[in-house]
Design a protein around this ligand. Sequence first.
Ligand code: TYD
Ligand code: MG
Length: 463
Amino acid sequence: MAKRPSTVFVCQECGAQSPKWLGRCADCGAWSSLVEERAEENGGVGAGGAGSHRYALPGASGSARLYADVQIAQQARLSTGIGEFDRVLGGGVVPGSLVLLGGEPGIGKSTLLLQAAANMARSIGPVLYSSGEESEHQIKSRGERLSVGDAPLYLLAETCLERIREEIVRIKPALVIVDSIQTVFSLKFQSAPGSIGQVREAATQLLFAAKGQNVPTLLVGHVTKDGSLAGPKALEHVVDTVLYFEGERHHSHRVVRAVKNRFGAVSELGVFEMTSAGLRPVPNPSKLFLAERPSNASGSAVLCSVEGSRPILVEVQALVSTSMYGSARRMTSGVDQQRLSLLLAVLEKRAGLYLAGDDVFVNIAGGMTIDEPAADLGILAAIASSVRNRVIPGTTAMFGEVGLAGEVRGITQAALRVREAAQMGFSRCLMPEANIDAPSSSNGGCELVGVSTVGEALDLLFP
Ligand code: TYD
Ligand code: MG
């Protein structure tokens, strides 16, 4: 019988295995992604016992049960003590769940989790904070600024998965934090920490620890240059909840977004501000994003976007200037570039604004990113305002999707947007005609103006 090769080459992008090195992964087509890894030995690692194997989910009985016979254990969610963090989690941490928090280096992942760890240690009992990135005294010196105080928080500077699991068994924490999953390695594999085999093994084992002992576990994940989570995509499938930390280095505010949540709504978002004493929740983000809005400046419009269940008013700025070079530039920040091209074509065809020889810059103030079609009308209005050098009244907010025929189409959750605009002191809301009767109940003194075409909207804004 042929001997099983002792090493395999594993694609770090998709996890495909090959007995010999290849320049290009035969499965996913990625180049230079294969790394040599020691094949896992099959003997000795099994959990033992008839019918049980390494990847058996703890608590699973193995035989099918009738739907009606399954008892649901209604467990209360555990509050992290940080309102905005609870919000993205869907109301707090679910006992026994595995949460992955991804984000760029230096954005504040460790800070947020240390703050949550300290709060939860005070409210629900001992918390284990295991870090493979910082030593105990580095974590403590950060903790001093975050006023962790005398909370029963255990720090562990460790990268060995088996040691972390031993400490979980020994301390019996009410919450485990692993910072970061890419630094953890299992003794069962020879490959380096951060490789696909290691990350997958670590996530799976921590999942079993979380489900088996009903300890919620929060993992930190690194992201790659293009913004996706480093390591296998498989990681996102293993965990219950995936959160992304976003924000710009040059702005103090940070946004945590849920992109997957087995226990709550996705696209829910929490807003924080980075201060000298850690991350501070921002319960009223509209105020933050509108804080530095210029008065009486052309090219500025306020649009109302809905992120998850929360309406947020943001300022969109546009600058249109004559192009100095042959080809006109279109630059965006916080808005999809393709969407801008489309809106410019609509402006040209349906509103008679010719911008072929002009550079167009569009920016969402404060570093926010908006990818909702309801932002179309605001972007368009800001561009038209810059072209005509006419100011949009500071008390007007707007929202609406723009179609290729120049029509303004109805959007979802109009009432929510109107309420937010009224609360923030806007006295006029430019919105799709189709949505006009929906919010009649609670427009709180805000005049609602329905428009059905782009031309109509521009005539109203710039009479
Ligand atoms: P950190 O949580 O270490 O980032 P990550 O774990 O995502 O890599 O955040 C580090 C940044 O946050 C660093 O640039 C300093 C800043 N910071 C503050 O501004 N105030 C604070 O109280 C703390 C702890 C960090
Ligand atoms: Mg960190």
